[in-house]
Design a protein around this ligand. Structure first.
Ligand code: ADP
Ligand code: ZN
Length: 432
């Protein structure tokens, strides 16, 4: 089902014409209202009138997270404060927070994008959504909430925390969908088991998980444990919040339609800044075509993915991005080898007798990087002998060495010994 069929299935040429009109309008707005952009345009000698086609976007300047920080808090806002109706801030995973502002129309577009996202994974107005993304400055909770109401479904505003109570209410209220980070979904599963609630007996049928990188293996694990279909949703506060891109039900798992009428995507080479063709992997750059509060031109997300332009069976014409590996700043360089934590996660979840809770600890021994990976063993396999545990540790070490080319020290630890999070999981501790 599509929530806004006319827009979501726009023929390619009409979509591109709309994008171009909106890009031209965006450039005119930011040139007139945001001194930062006016300076940038002037520096490279371009005026908004020079934008004649969508491909001209490659001549326009990028915006980086640092630009938001340099102009903290309101320097990049494009409308007077009286037109702003809400503020949010990024969760600050990678440094100082950044502030974003929304006009009423921004909030409205966001609700539509989220309602589209829910419809895209098979939710309808008959569903009840247990929303366990944090409510507050973080965009997750309120974004998920407004979208649920817009769809006409029931929003249950749980936010994070009180995990024990959450599982009880999930059961009592009969939620049919769960919205949270994949790591929190796992935590809720454990809490349910502890409370004697069997998640497989609940009416829960769909999970809408995002806000952090996760893997295909983690998806299977969550689907099995919770008895649901689990879908991936992507977003970031600088661009809007959740609902920028989302999977659909039509067998395109792992790939997320990006809401192209609002967000124009490009992939660039993160080093040279050069635009890359569809299909090639690189850094995702997004231009907000309709945003009024804080419109951003060619925002460098630091997220690594590729754009897939193969038509999808669901009928949406929006291109898809492939599952995100993590941000370019998440990439670990271990003795010269590039590794994403999500690649390690994939191997851990496949290993027998381990729980999907892990932590990667980096340190330096002399000039050498050392990597210790702590992995919880599954509840039912902790009674194994020390010898059996060591054998399993070695096996995982060997697989990581084989597939990723880095030597690590794997240590199996007791169940529940790695701290649980209510929001985004902390998988890497870098002591170098
Ligand atoms: P912060 O940058 O402080 O974490 P946000 O809460 O805005 O602030 O987080 C947005 C980031 O979260 C994205 O840029 C991306 O790195 C990550 N993210 C969001 N959704 C997903 C997803 N489905 N898969 C992988 N990463 C995601
Ligand atoms: Zn689709």
């Amino acid at each position: 089902m599509m929530f806004q069929r006319d827009l979501e299935s726009l023929p390619k040429d009409e979509l591109e014409a709309l994008q171009l009109r909106r890009l031209q309008d965006l450039c005119a707005r930011i040139y007139a209202n945001v001194p930062f952009y006016q300076r940038r345009f002037d520096e490279i000698g371009i005026t908004p009138k020079d934008i004649k086609s969508l491909s001209d976007i490659k001549y326009l300047p990028f915006t980086e997270k640092q630009d938001l920080r340099n102009n903290y808090p309101y320097g990049l806002f494009a409308v007077p404060k009286e037109n702003i109706v809400r503020l949010h801030a990024s969760s600050g995973t990678t440094g100082k927070a950044t502030v974003v502002g929304y006009t009423q129309r921004d909030i409205d577009n966001w609700a539509n994008c989220m309602a589209r996202s829910y419809a895209s994974v098979g939710l309808t107005q008959k569903d009840m959504l247990h929303i366990a993304y944090g409510y507050g400055l973080f965009t997750g909770g309120l974004g998920a909430h407004y979208g649920a109401e817009r769809l006409g479904a029931v929003a249950i505003p749980m936010s994070g925390g009180s995990t024990k109570r959450q599982v009880q209410l999930m059961k009592d209220f009969g939620a049919t969908a769960l919205c949270c980070t994949p790591s929190y979904a796992l935590y809720l599963y454990e809490a349910a088991k502890e409370a004697g609630i069997n998640p497989l007996e609940l009416p829960l049928r769909i999970g809408v998980f995002g806000a952090e990188p996760w893997t295909e293996n983690m998806r299977h694990d969550l689907e099995e444990k919770l008895g649901i279909k689990a879908y991936n949703i992507y977003g970031l506060s600088e661009i809007m919040g959740p609902g920028v891109a989302v999977e659909c039900t039509e067998g395109c798992h792992g790939m997320m339609h990006i809401q192209e009428d609002h967000f124009y995507p490009e992939i660039i080479d993160p080093i040279t800044g050069e635009q890359l063709p569809d299909g090639e992997e690189g850094e995702l750059v997004i231009t907000t075509l309709t945003k009024e509060g804080i419109p951003l031109l060619r925002y460098r997300t630091r997220d690594i993915t590729s754009i897939n332009n193969i038509p999808c069976a669901c009928g949406r014409t929006f291109r898809r991005i492939t599952r995100l590996k993590g941000r370019s700043d998440d990439m670990l360089i271990i003795r010269g080898v590039n590794v994403y934590p999500s690649q390690i996660e994939s191997i851990i979840i496949e290993a027998e007798g381990t729980a999907p809770h892990y932590q990667i600890v980096l340190a330096k021994e002399g000039a050498l990087d050392t990597v210790e990976i702590l992995i919880e063993v599954a509840e039912n396999s902790f009674e194994d002998t020390i010898k059996a545990l060591q054998k399993r540790e070695q096996k995982i070490q060997k697989t990581i060495k084989e597939f990723l080319g880095v030597s690590t020290k794997v240590r199996l630890v007791e169940p529940k010994s790695i701290t649980r999070t209510e929001g985004k999981a902390v998988h890497v501790i870098d002591n170098r």
